[in-house]
Design a protein around this ligand. Structure first.
Ligand SMILES: NC(=O)c1ccc[n+]([C@@H]2O[C@H](COP(=O)([O-])OP(=O)(O)OC[C@H]3O[C@@H](n4cnc5c(N)ncnc54)[C@H](OP(=O)(O)O)[C@@H]3O)[C@@H](O)[C@H]2O)c1
Length: 302
């Protein structure tokens, strides 16, 4: 199986999403102690990429990560972070060069690190020419403060503008086996321009962990009844494949993304350290080509 050129090392195909680490503004009943445990467990489990953002706790997620990584060699893992929400303007997106440069400096401080491996513009704003925003990040790349430039939540037209000078390295966007639109909208451009793709919501916020059944349909009202039934029956098939590998449904779904050559790094989120342990083992699962194809086909209507 060939991997995306930017991710030649299989270990780098799995990261951890950290919006439940310190993300008090996004989720109820989070406690920081649990956040520290999640990050410690991720590093102890050899997870090589942490995906955070200013927006996760308005800097708190980055602070927690920054405190934990002090005890680990920096070269052992990568950090991706994002910014755009302007705290002085009701968190409206701001992509101006001055704002982005300040955001990177502040993130470096919170993370207690000299460099950020991937810095994403979290959301496009209305006014800044997107190539100018990216050019500002390119200056930071030249200065060694960031190592790669990413954009997130940009549509194709916005991405093309951002990448006018071929400076975008990564795109992070909503994608999962039950939300595959990006394959049609962005992937052809990404492939043509050698831009790496990082999907967010890979477990469809827990739905693809296999812990739900038909009666849970009301919790997932973004799907029609027929689509939800299709998901549940497809997950039963994934369960059979999981049994072949002594694995869980979550691990098998993640193994599918890891094996997908169009995906650079998959970044599932975890609620606690136990989920991190389960997630980390998905790197050990090698799906056969037949199993990979069976999962692909089971979810082909999404
Ligand atoms: N760029 C962007 O705009 C953007 C937007 C959203 C997210 N993100 C990034 O993408 C990451 C992933 O998104 P997400 O965390 O919201 O959704 P997700 O990865 O689709 O789902 C995470 C949820 O799956 C469940 N889960 C995880 N591991 C499990 C396991 N081993 N067994 C059973 N259930 C398990 C947990 O749900 P329960 O709570 O049910 O246990 C967990 O909260 C985020 O953390 C963030 O870093 C980026």
């Amino acid at each position: 199986m060939s991997y995306n050129q930017k991710t030649v090392d299989k270990a780098l195909k799995l990261g951890l999403g950290t919006n439940k680490v310190g993300g008090h503004n996004l989720f109820q009943n989070l406690d920081d102690k649990n956040g520290y445990e999640i990050i410690r467990q991720a590093l102890d489990s050899n997870i090589k990429m942490l995906d955070t953002a200013f927006m996760y706790g308005l800097g708190r997620s980055e602070e927690i990560i920054g405190e934990v990584i002090k005890d680990h060699p920096r070269s052992d893992f990568k950090i991706a972070t994002k910014a755009a929400q302007d705290i002085n303007h009701d968190l409206k997106p701001n992509n101006s060069p001055e704002f982005l440069k300040k955001a990177v400096d502040e993130a470096l401080e919170r993370l207690h690190t000299d460099y950020i491996d991937i810095f994403y513009i979290h959301f496009p704003d209305e006014h800044t020419p997107k190539d100018e925003a990216v050019a500002a990040l390119n200056e930071l790349k030249d200065a060694g403060k960031i190592r790669a430039i990413g954009v997130s939540n940009f549509n194709l037209e916005q991405l093309k503008e951002a990448n006018k000078n071929g400076q975008v390295d990564y795109v992070e966007d909503h994608y999962s086996l039950v939300h595959r639109e990006t394959e049609r909208t962005l992937w052809p451009y990404l492939k043509e321009h050698d831009i790496a793709f990082v999907p967010y919501f890979p477990l469809a916020s827990g739905l693809l962990s296999g812990k739900y059944d038909i009666e849970d349909a009301p919790k997932f009202n973004q799907f029609t009844k027929a689509a939800f039934e299709n998901i549940i029956s497809s997950l039963k098939l994934v369960g059979q494949i999981a049994d072949n590998h002594n694995a869980t449904v979550t691990q098998t779904i993640l193994a599918w993304y890891i094996a997908n050559p169009n995906i650079s790094t998959v970044i599932p989120g975890a609620r606690d350290a136990k989920q991190v342990i389960n997630i980390a083992s998905s790197l050990d699962i090698d799906l056969s080509d037949t199993e990979y194809q069976q999962i692909d086909t089971a979810f082909e209507n999404f």
